[in-house]
Design a protein around this ligand. Sequence first.
Ligand SMILES: Nc1ncnc2c1ncn2[C@@H]1O[C@H](COP(=O)(O)OP(=O)(O)OP(=O)(O)O)[C@@H](O)[C@H]1O
Length: 251
Amino acid sequence: MVAPPDNDVLWARTLHFSHSGTPALTGVSVGVREGEILAVTGPRGSGKTTLLRCLSGQALPQQGEVWFNSTPVHTMGALVRERLRRDRFGWIDPEPALVPELNVWENTALPLMLRGTGRRDSKTAAHEWLERLDVGRLARKRPHALSMAERQRVAIARALVHAPNVVFADEPTAVLHRPDRTHVLRTLTAAARSHAITVVLATHDAEVAALADRRVALLDGRRVTTVQLPGATEATDAPDAEGRAACSLSV
Ligand SMILES: Nc1ncnc2c1ncn2[C@@H]1O[C@H](COP(=O)(O)OP(=O)(O)OP(=O)(O)O)[C@@H](O)[C@H]1O
């Protein structure tokens, strides 16, 4: 095993992943730099979610390597990967999955309480993040009383509350209307930048991808240099996209 470059917080080399024989990733390599917002773009079914799941240790690639801060993730046992995800990563789903029996601040504070932070400190941190995401007034409400946009803000607050190193956001604005989409995204990216949190953002929307520092494009489970996205004539890797030998550039 060759260790990754020092300035990459995440690094994946020649990932291969199949879902019950259906290939989702075919030799994908990518490096994510500390503090950057990286958009993983591509049409539906191109492998974006699978890549995020592999990078975050939720799924183990059948071949290839994933490194987090120079530590191999692909060789970790399930419990160590769980702890890594709980303590170092945040995850935002396309649709907010909140616990219906908990109120908004309790939902937000979950990552802190799961790792043993006291209730009072967890509550304070949850309130701070809810305020930042403009939903502080809803702290005592249950998820069912919230709109979809409000619930997604709570899910974003929950992903950020424990100051993770990396937040993975899988189509985080897919269920939102356009005005909510822009506002929620800008809030997420501003919060991440102000706290030096790295964001890996999967999207098939060119407007969303445009908010990122850099883009990598997937098509049929491979890295490509150019991909057509809705809402733009063309979206490409930024000029500084990695030119590392291991990267798979095709099509
Ligand atoms: N659980 C699964 N079982 C079988 N095939 C799957 C599964 N999940 C994904 N796939 C397939 O793997 C490929 C990549 O899917 P993936 O969800 O990673 O792509 P995506 O770019 O995130 O798509 P979307 O934008 O629709 O979420 C697709 O062909 C998809 O049908």
